[in-house]
Design a protein around this ligand. Structure first.
Ligand code: HEM
Length: 333
C-alpha cells in the first residue's frame, strides 16, 4: 500500500522540526529555542487568531442560514425539535453548547457507502465521534495540567485534576490516564486517514501535518515524563521566567524538553493559518449560531432597495471635461 505524497511530506516535515530542535539544543542555542522562538510563536498565535476572527466577524451575514436538523417551530400541535432546530437565541445557545462540548452533529453524522449491487447504504460513524471527543477532551485536560508549570503557587484545582487523572496510581511517576487516551485517540485519527481509501485520497499535508505534529508533541511529552526524565525544577524556572517576562535559561534541562517545546511552538505558530482554527471558527459559524426564525420573522436583506448607487448622469457630471478632452462623446454638453 502506498501512503501517498501528502503523508510523506508531512512526516518528513515534522521529522525535520525534531532534528532542528535537537541540533539547536546540542549547539547551545537554548536561548533561541527556549525563549525567542516560544515568545514569537505565542505572539503569532494570539495575533493570528485575532486577525482571523476579526476578518470573519467583518463578513456580512445577510441571510439566516442555520442548519436545520429537526422539526422547525410550527403549529402548536406539531412538536418542535428545540435543539436541532432552535427558534430562540437560548435554543441556539444550547445547541452550540452541545456542539462544542459533545460534538453533537458528529454524533448524529452518518457515512454513506456503496455496497455490492451497487446499493447505497448509510452507517453510523460513532468511532470517529468517540475518538474525536476523547482526543479533544484529553488535549484540554493535558493543557490544564500544564498550567502547573506556569503558575506559582500551583492552584489546588490543578492538583485535583492531576490526582483524578492519575487515579489508578500506576507506576512512578504516576501514569496519567489522559496521556494514554490522548495517544490512542490521535493514533486512531491518523490510522483512519491511512487505511480508509477514500479518506487517504482526500487527505492533504494540511491534514497529516497537524496530526504528526500533535503526535510528536504527545510522544516527546510522554518520553520526557516517563522515560528520559528532564530537570523539572529547571523547566519550572524557565517557564516562570517566560510568564514573568524575565526569561532565563537554567542549566541542564535536557534536549528532549527543547524538542517538545519547539514542536509546541511550531503548533502555536501554525495554528492561526490552519484548519485548527475551527476552534475559534465554530463560534462564528452562522449555520450554528443563529436561531431559525426564517418564517417567523420578516428578514430584509440590508442590501435591498433603496441602495446608494452612482448613476451615469452623476458620473458624466464628474468627468465631463476630462471626457471631452479625451474625445469621448458625452450625453449633456
Ligand atoms: C500544545 C501544547 C502541549 C501539549 C499537547 C503537551 C503534551 C504533553 C504530554 C502529553 C506530556 C506527558 C505528561 C503529561 O501529560 O503531563 C507532556 C509533558 C511535559 N510537557 Fe508538554 N505539552 C504541551 C505544551 C508544553 C509547554 C508549552 C511546555 C513548557 C514550556 C511543556 C512542558 C512539558 C514538560 C516539562 C513535561 C514533563 C512533565 C513531567 O515530567 O511531569 N509542554 N506534555
Amino acid at each position: 500500500m502506498s501512503f501517498g505524497l501528502s503523508f510523506w511530506v508531512s512526516l518528513i516535515g515534522v521529522a525535520a522540526l525534531v532534528l532542528i530542535a535537537y541540533l539547536g539544543a546540542e549547539a547551545n542555542l537554548s536561548y533561541l529555542f527556549g525563549v525567542i522562538i516560544p515568545y514569537a510563536a505565542f505572539a503569532i498565535f494570539i495575533g493570528g487568531i485575532i486577525y482571523r476572527v476579526l476578518k470573519w466577524a467583518a463578513r456580512p451575514v445577510p441571510f439566516r442560514i442555520p442548519t436545520t436538523a429537526g422539526q422547525e417551530k410550527s403549529f402548536p400541535w406539531i412538536k418542535q425539535n428545540k435543539i436541532d432546530n432552535p427558534s430562540t437565541a437560548l435554543g441556539a445557545f444550547v445547541r452550540m453548547v452541545f456542539e462544542v462540548l459533545l460534538f453533537r452533529s458528529l454524533f448524529r453524522n452518518t457515512r454513506s457507502e456503496l455496497t455490492g449491487g451497487p446499493k447505497l447504504s448509510y452507517a453510523s460513524a460513532k468511532w470517529l465521534w468517540m475518538a474525536g471527543l476523547a482526543f479533544h477532551w484529553t488535549f484540554l485536560i493535558i493543557l490544564v495540567r500544564h498550567l502547573r508549570l506556569f503558575l506559582e503557587p500551583v492552584p489546588s484545582s490543578i492538583k485535583i485534576v492531576e490526582s483524578l487523572d492519575s487515579f489508578f496510581q500506576v507506576g512512578v511517576p504516576l501514569l496519567y490516564l489522559t496521556d494514554v487516551i490522548f495517544l490512542l485517540a490521535v493514533t486512531y485519527l491518523l490510522l483512519r486517514r491511512i487505511f480508509i481509501p477514500i479518506l487517504r485520497y482526500i487527505s492533504l499535508p494540511a491534514d497529516y501535518f497537524p496530526l504528526f505534529l500533535i503526535i510528536g508533541i504527545g510522544a516527546t511529552g510522554v518520553l520526557t515524563r516517563y522515560f528520559f526524565k528532564v530537570n523539572v525544577v529547571g523547566v519550572k524556572e524557565l517557564t516562570m521566567g517566560l510568564v514573568t517576562l524575565s526569561p532565563k535559561i537554567p542549566e541542564g534541562i535536557g534536549v528532549l524538553f527543547y524538542i517538545h517545546l519547539f514542536l509546541v511552538s511550531m503548533l502555536f505558530a501554525y495554528f492561526p493559518f490552519s484548519k485548527l482554527m475551527h476552534m475559534a471558527g465554530v463560534f462564528l459559524s452562522p449555520t450554528r449560531n443563529l436561531a431559525n426564525t426564517n418564517r417567523m420573522e420578516m428578514h430584509v436583506n440590508p442590501w435591498n432597495y433603496p441602495v446608494k448607487v452612482h448613476t451615469y448622469e452623476e458620473y458624466e457630471d464628474e468627468f465631463r471635461e476630462f471626457m471631452k478632452d479625451a474625445g469621448i462623446p458625452v450625453e449633456k454638453e
